[in-house]
Design a protein around this ligand. Structure first.
Ligand code: GCO
Length: 471
């Protein structure tokens, strides 16, 4: 009898172990969790194409100063139900880096640094302060910025939408309403026609999934909603806005020659423990919605946003296929998730113990950068790294970060991935949205009272790599 019960227990235990391990092996094969031994990698051995674009990236609201006609300006004076300001410490973008006025000085800094491209966003609320009313002086400003860049040998890359909406657009419901997409397409046409003789690289929407998750799921960004069903609708609409803006540009004079792409943030959702099927199930659920929904829509035209018991939206738009001449990749890191029946806990991201921390809520994970490049290469179009950087107030990790992440770019190019340029986030410390000025992403720091820019020691490695790449 004893031997029978032992055999029974052995069989049950084996089945349970297999039911635990086999899914993890399947999950790991589907999404390998790369981990390199950096002690065996010489990150100084990097090479880049001679025509590679070396840039930095900024966004209007974060650097220009005095952007007071968009929803972020209103958000900055909003407090939550507990009386807590929505921006860390009640900070506001305010004068920011005064880039609206100081752009000639900043362009000189870029030129001295050796940069040959600059990604920046056009502030819609400046161009169209009221619905249908366009400010020719604001348009002139961005034409002058482009002329100054070109005169300095710096190629402009323009982002049409970088998180901010004019107040009048926000009041209409912004991208919550499909009919409002036409407003963004009209703005796209006005700006494209105004800058088409100066700009050949166009980013339609910056990080649609971040705009939606932060604004409609987490509630951390405006409009501060936590409505998964609405999030599914807004993501569909803002992706549709990209598609319509792309084809609008293509229909305009010179549009066929313009290079137009979408900027995708590829933060991976990974399991905290790769041998825990529950962690995998939850991580894959988030990965599917944060990355999969957007990537599959652009690849197949099929929009599928499914979060069991929370939201399900499935639609199709064949015009999404081929709506990118390039893909912009923003890469910072991954988040790791632990399964929990308590959804609030389950959606909490975790840091792995052995990863170098940044000042943000994620670690440095250069291997994830390689994974992201591999993922977006599936579109078969050129890749621009439109953002990559580290929040490092002490500037004691920036040089290592630059060495490791640019090693990844060099390795990816050597491995055959078609990467055309790299834009470091960011040129200078700036307004990091809900975290205010506490996060220091800049190559240059700023003494805010005097607005004096100063090059950070850790940033010099980026300049050295650029110089070495041209020898
Ligand atoms: C984003 C934006 C940038 C950020 C940068 C650092 O990803 O949120 O594109 O505006 O400032 O990524 O977080």
């Amino acid at each position: 009898m004893k031997s029978k019960s032992r055999l029974f227990i052995l069989i049950i235990a084996s089945v349970l172990i297999l039911a635990w391990i086999i899914p993890c092996i399947i999950f790991q094969n589907s999404r390998p969790q790369l981990k390199w031994d950096w002690s065996k990698i010489d990150t100084k051995k990097v090479t880049f194409p001679k025509d590679f674009l070396w840039g930095t990236a900024t966004a209007a609201h974060q650097v220009e100063g005095n952007n007071t006609n968009n929803q972020w300006y209103l958000w900055e004076s909003t407090i939550d139900a507990n009386g807590k300001p929505m921006i860390a410490g009640g900070q506001r973008a305010g004068l920011a880096c005064d880039h609206w006025r100081r752009y000639p000085q900043d362009i000189r800094i870029m030129q001295d640094f050796g940069l040959n491209s600059y990604r920046f966003s056009v502030e819609w609320s400046r161009i169209e302060p009221q619905e249908g009313v366009f400010d020719t002086l604001a348009i002139r400003h961005y034409q002058d910025v482009c002329d100054s860049l070109i005169a300095a040998g710096i190629i402009p890359m323009v982002t049409l939408h970088h998180f901010t909406n004019p107040i009048w657009f926000e009041k209409k419901g912004a991208f919550e309403k499909k009919e409002n997409i036409a407003d963004f397409v009209r703005f796209t046409e006005v700006i494209y026609l105004a800058l088409k003789d100066r700009v050949s690289l166009w980013c339609t929407i910056n990080e649609p999934a971040v705009y939606v998750v932060a604004g409609y799921f987490q509630g951390a960004n405006p409009p501060g909603k936590k409505d998964t069903k609405l999030a599914a609708i807004v993501l569909r609409n803002i992706l549709e806005a990209h598609v319509q803006a792309y084809w609008k540009i293509k229909s305009l004079p010179g549009g066929e020659q313009a290079k137009v792409g979408l900027v995708k943030n590829m933060t991976q959702a990974d399991p905290y423990n790769k041998w825990n099927p529950g962690d995998w199930i939850f991580a894959n659920l988030i990965e599917g919605v944060f990355n999969g929904t957007t990537l599959n829509f652009l690849k197949t035209g099929k929009y599928r946003f499914v979060m069991p018991t929370m939201a399900k939206l499935i639609e199709e738009n064949p015009k999404a296929v081929g709506s990118m001449d390039f893909i912009g990749l923003n890469y910072y890191s991954h988040y790791n998730y632990k399964f929990s029946f308590n959804l609030d806990k389950a959606f909490q991201a975790h840091l792995l113990p052995d990863e170098i921390k940044t000042d943000m809520d994620y670690a440095s994970y250069p291997e994830g950068f390689y994974r992201a490049i591999k993922t977006v290469s599936e579109f078969g179009v050129p890749i621009y790294i439109t953002e990559n950087g580290i929040a490092d107030a002490k500037d004691d990790r920036r040089e290592l970060f630059i060495n490791q992440y640019l090693y990844v770019v060099s390795k990816a190019i050597a491995d055959g991935y078609n990467i055309k340029g790299y834009y470091y986030w960011s040129l200078m410390d700036n307004f990091e949205w809900s975290l205010g000025y506490d996060m220091k992403f800049g190559l240059f720091g700023i003494d805010m009272p005097t607005q004096t820019r100063y090059l950070k020691k850790g940033a010099q490695r980026y300049r050295d790599i650029i110089i070495e790449s041209r020898k």
